[in-house]
Ligand binder design. Structure first.
Ligand code: DC
Length: 227
């Protein structure tokens, strides 16, 4: 199926499988995949490493100037790099997960990330996942998908992911972190997580990836009249 040069926005709650789904679409349609959450995680890691955020989430004003020197970018297979260092595994740790939502509430951080996301996506044919892609980053995206699944299903998925990476998480802690992030993400003032009016909801609590793919292919075929 030849998909036109469009932008696909995939938003939704934490651990709904947005990134696996978005990566699958990118591979299937030969699109560029961009993980906007990785950028917020990268800023959080940078802030933690350099003392711009305290253990009780007080964010120093000097982070704003420090961002001018920060180089976050993706290399081969959507791995996040800070300068020459691949920080993909660091940004997936609980240490980063536990402070990423407060960092993502800061308006100048969001502006900094949005500017980079736009630069990375020049030329279209991009699938980007996050929380505010269909509402703020790409309000003109031709296809918008809002993903959701029950909190328990999502916590178990994140837990399995961490175990597979050799980490030793606590399921209850993972669930609480996820619920806390859902709350902060949907209640913050700047670009809260919310379904765009023209987004299609995908509840994948009981769906396989192949079913999700068939669903979106049907959506694209219907919208663009492709057979
Ligand atoms: O998708 P993720 O769990 O890797 O995202 C990490 C955090 O980044 C999430 O708690 C909220 C924030 N985020 C955001 O505010 N806006 C986005 N477009 C993507 C992520």
């Amino acid at each position: 199926m030849r998909v036109p040069d469009i932008k696909i926005a995939v938003d939704g709650y934490s651990s709904t499988g947005k990134s696996s789904f978005a990566k699958l679409l990118a591979k299937k349609f030969d699109f560029l995949y961009l993980d906007s959450g990785a950028m917020y995680r990268g800023v959080t890691y940078f802030a933690q490493q350099n003392g711009y955020i305290s253990p009780d989430n007080v964010i120093s004003d000097s982070l704003k100037d420090a961002l001018k020197e920060l180089d976050l970018h993706f290399e081969v297979g959507s791995q996040l790099y800070m300068g020459a260092e691949c920080i993909e595994s660091q940004i997936r740790s609980m240490t980063v997960s536990s402070q990423v939502s407060p960092i993502a509430t800061v308006p100048y951080v969001r502006a900094w990330v949005d500017e980079r996301l736009h630069a990375f996506s020049e030329g279209g044919r991009v699938v980007m996942d996050g929380r505010d892609i269909g509402t703020t980053v790409f309000p003109d995206a031709e296809i918008k998908i809002f993903m959701t699944a029950s909190a328990e299903v999502r916590a178990k998925r994140r837990y399995d992911e961490m175990v597979a990476k050799g980490q030793n998480p606590d399921l209850q802690e993972v669930l609480e972190n996820l619920q806390q992030r859902d709350y902060i993400d949907s209640h913050r003032e700047t670009s809260p997580l919310k379904k765009a009016d023209d987004a299609y909801t995908l509840d994948n609590s009981d769906m396989t990836m192949q079913e999700e793919l068939a669903w979106v292919q049907g959506l694209i075929q219907g919208k663009f009249g492709i057979l």
